[in-house]
Design a protein. Structure first.
Length: 383
């Protein structure tokens, strides 16, 4: 068994996602389990080099986890010959410049979504990566969630027959920040800082729909800012200039209709923060982050509309839980392992910067649809 180190530049590691999901729950968890094993017995060993703007905070993270490599200078990190991968979990609107520099330095690139804050930017990244011949990947964590893995299993097992429609319901109340602190960073609510629920969530919806059901062909979307004023991390009031809710209807290839509600201004009355309902001729399923419930056509009740009597049905009890059958790992970690294998072996990653650009494209067209009030086609992306 040979152990191969992979040097990974981790930029944005002081942030919510960079620290918790990518450093602690992914790379450090991979080290705790002994690395990533390849079929030939080689073990890949991630060696993080932390990059951040605030030396105190980056050093504190490095010390907390017994890591000795950190810097506040991205050029310095990129110049290190034993780093092969650049990872970006920075704020969306500063990402493009950093990734272009990493591609220029010949690093493989793995990044959070959205890959850029405009389609032009996302395409620039996809083209630069393709021309440089590096391995590139985008975080598409929802595909690795247990609930959606069970949904994929149902689709691959032909549970649904012909799929008719998909309904995605996502959201929860994000506190305004005055009488209770907000549970998301304030930049998410400022358009000028790359915020907005459409740019944040539609890249997720695009890959979920395309990789599980069918590609998106058109969209009508209505984005709104329900809460116009919020309070930031320092307790200062600011104008929320970005959309915090969006309601969309999409047509998918093959005649499937999807409707998506995304909101940071709704209260949760469902089992999970996101639910994906798929209705097919032979059965239906409702998948969340962890669970997935089904109703086969043979088990479908026959309700009759009658407001004069209490319902004889307990509809939510009429669904069956899909069993786990396997141990599910953290989704971010599972995708990291997959990316590291691809990067080490020099193989193109399936969820690449072209796929990431399609997510930004859908967000951009959704915003345009909201501005014009029109249903818009989602054309094939030319890279
Ligand atoms: N995959 C997912 O489910 C998911 C979930 C949330 C966020 N994200 C994405 O992850 C990225 C980071 O989001 P987050 O919630 O961790 O944000 P965050 O505010 O917690 O972290 C942002 C990071 O960017 C760094 N940064 C670099 N330049 C900056 C600048 N000019 N101003 C402010 N910060 C700067 C910060 O130091 C920090 O490390 C975003 O692109 C977001 O879209 C993905």
């Amino acid at each position: 068994m040979s152990r191969q180190s992979i040097g990974i530049i981790m930029n944005g590691v002081t942030g919510r996602m960079g620290y918790r999901q990518h450093l602690v729950r992914s790379l450090l968890a991979i080290r705790e389990q002994g690395g990533v094993e390849l079929p030939d017995g080689t073990v890949l060993w991630p060696e993080p080099l932390l990059v951040g703007r605030d030396p105190q905070r980056v050093r504190a993270i490095a010390e907390r986890h017994g890591l000795d490599r950190w810097t506040t200078s991205l050029p310095e990190a990129l110049a290190e010959p034993d780093t092969q991968v650049y990872f970006d979990a920075q704020l969306t609107h500063v990402r493009e410049k950093a990734i272009l520099a990493a591609i220029d330095s010949g690093k493989h690139v793995y990044t959070e979504k959205p890959t850029a804050d405009s389609l032009d930017g996302a395409l620039r990244l996809a083209r630069a990566a393709r021309d440089a011949g590096i391995v590139h990947g985008v975080v598409q964590d929802k595909l690795f969630l247990p609930g959606l893995l069970k949904l994929r299993r149902l689709i691959e097992g032909d549970f649904f027959g012909r799929i008719l429609s998909v309904r995605i319901d996502f959201g929860y109340w994000v506190f305004e920040g005055d009488w209770q602190p907000a549970q998301r960073p304030s930049w998410n609510y400022r358009a000028e800082d790359g915020g907005g629920i459409v740019l944040d969530m539609f890249p997720h919806w695009r890959y979920v729909l395309e990789h599980l059901i069918a590609p998106v062909e058109s969209i009508y979307s209505h984005a709104v800012t329900h809460i116009p004023s919020r309070w930031d991390e320092q307790g200062r009031q600011y104008d929320a200039t970005a959309d915090d809710s969006a309601f969309a209807i999409l047509e998918l290839a093959g005649g499937v209709t999807a409707q998506i509600s995304s909101s940071w201004a709704v209260r949760v009355n469902r089992e999970e923060l996101v639910q994906v309902q798929v209705d097919g001729v032979r059965g239906s399923a409702v998948a969340g982050l962890r669970n997935c419930r089904v109703q086969d056509r043979s088990m479908t009740p026959r309700p009759i509309w009658n407001p004069d009597i209490p319902s004889p049905h307990r509809f939510l009890d009429q669904w069956a839980e899909v069993p786990d059958n396997i141990d599910f790992d953290n989704g971010f970690k599972a995708e990291w392992e997959m990316f590291l294998r691809h990067a080490y072996q020099g193989e193109q990653f399936p969820y690449d910067l072209v796929d990431g650009a399609k997510g930004v494209q859908l967000a951009q067209i959704a915003l345009e649809s909201g501005r014009t009030g029109q249903r818009l086609a989602v054309p094939a992306l030319e890279v």
